[in-house]
Design a protein around this ligand. Structure first.
Ligand code: PEP
Ligand code: MG
Length: 322
């Protein structure tokens, strides 16, 4: 099996009818890029930048960040690199920020909420990203967006830093796509409106599932409710993809679900454009997709979206893909 995967390492990902879909990887540090390239990744779909901030005694400087982003972009050449701005809070703490203890950290002060308030931290990161943008194919996305105002405010800050850098004579790419993660149900419901203002969506199912099912992603007692194939989740995902396409934008997914063997045929049928997963899942996924007909899977869409339970969905997909 490993041999069959290896043959596809330098091939683009194609469905049975030859349509291209993008298989990209999730990374946490510049050192992870080697694994992405060795596993035939077509890009980076999620660079979790919080590792730059964790396990230290102070905030990373603009220079440190610039070097990390530049390294990832250079190693990836012209392949796309989606960098997610700081997603701290929730389960990820930073000792030196002295964040208040909260009853519900996953519903609290985290990610873009913190960045918009602590814009000193945020603007430093944005400047480092903008300066690094000339070294590759950079796309930027904001985590945990709940409202349009948040997206607009974050994007405004990015634009302001861009103007300042340009005035100072620093080169910045003018082709940076700016998107958002869809991991809060409100944004999946309102995807039509968001799609007019973003360049792309990346669906973060790890959080989208926990917020939609009201089931903590780390809590074993309620893990039976953490259901990626629940039709409620699939309908939200479909809404996001349809909204993106209606505005001529692309939709990807960077949660664990994107690399899941049962989910892949469903997502392909819903029209997902980009699948971002751990590097070691890329070749198995490419091998699986080469035998899947996107057209046929798309014809099951309405039936799957009308189902009532996750079990029904799983049984149906197994039957149709066996
Ligand atoms: C997600 O929520 O699906 C996601 C990719 O982000 P993280 O796992 O880092 O919260
Ligand atoms: Mg998340």
């Amino acid at each position: 099996q490993k041999q069959e995967w290896a043959k596809l390492k330098d091939e683009p990902t194609k469905t049975a009818e030859g349509e291209h879909v993008e298989l990209v990887a999730n990374i946490g540090t510049p050192d992870d890029v080697e694994g992405v390239l060795n596993n035939g990744g077509e890009g980076v779909g999620l660079y979790r930048t919080e590792f730059l901030y964790m396990g230290k005694s102070q905030l990373p400087t603009e220079e440190e960040q610039f070097e990390a982003y530049k390294s990832v972009l250079e190693q990836m050449g012209d392949k796309p690199v989606v960098v997610r701005t700081l997603d701290i809070g929730g389960d990820k703490e930073l000792d030196y920020l002295d964040l208040p203890h909260e009853m519900n950290p996953f519903l609290g002060y985290r990610a873009i909420r913190l960045c918009l308030e602590r814009d000193d931290i945020f603007r430093t990161q944005l400047r480092a990203l903008l300066r690094a943008s000339v070294y590759g194919n950079l796309k930027i996305m904001f985590p945990m967006i709940a409202t349009l105002e948040e997206f607009r405010e974050a994007k405004n800050m990015l634009e302001e830093e861009k103007v300042k850098l340009a005035e100072a004579g620093t080169d910045v790419s003018d082709e940076i796509e700016v998107g958002m993660m869809v991991e809060i149900p409100a944004t999946a419901v309102l995807a039509r409106q968001f799609a007019k203002e973003v360049d792309f969506f990346s669906i973060g199912t790890n959080d989208l599932i926990q917020y939609t099912m009201a089931a903590d992603r780390m809590n074993e007692r309620v893990s039976y409710l953490y259901q990626p194939y629940n039709p409620a989740i699939l309908n939200l995902i479909n809404n996001v993809i349809e909204a993106a396409h209606a505005e001529g934008k692309w939709a990807g997914m960077c949660g664990e679900m994107a690399g899941d063997e049962i989910a892949i045929p469903i997502l392909l049928g819903l029209g997902l454009d980009e699948f971002s997963m751990s590097a070691t899942s890329i070749l198995p996924a490419r091998t699986q997709i080469k035998d899947l007909s996107k057209k046929e899977l798309a014809s099951f869409k309405e039936e799957i979206l009308s189902m009532g339970t996750a079990d029904e969905v799983v049984a149906f997909v197994k039957e149709k893909t066996k």
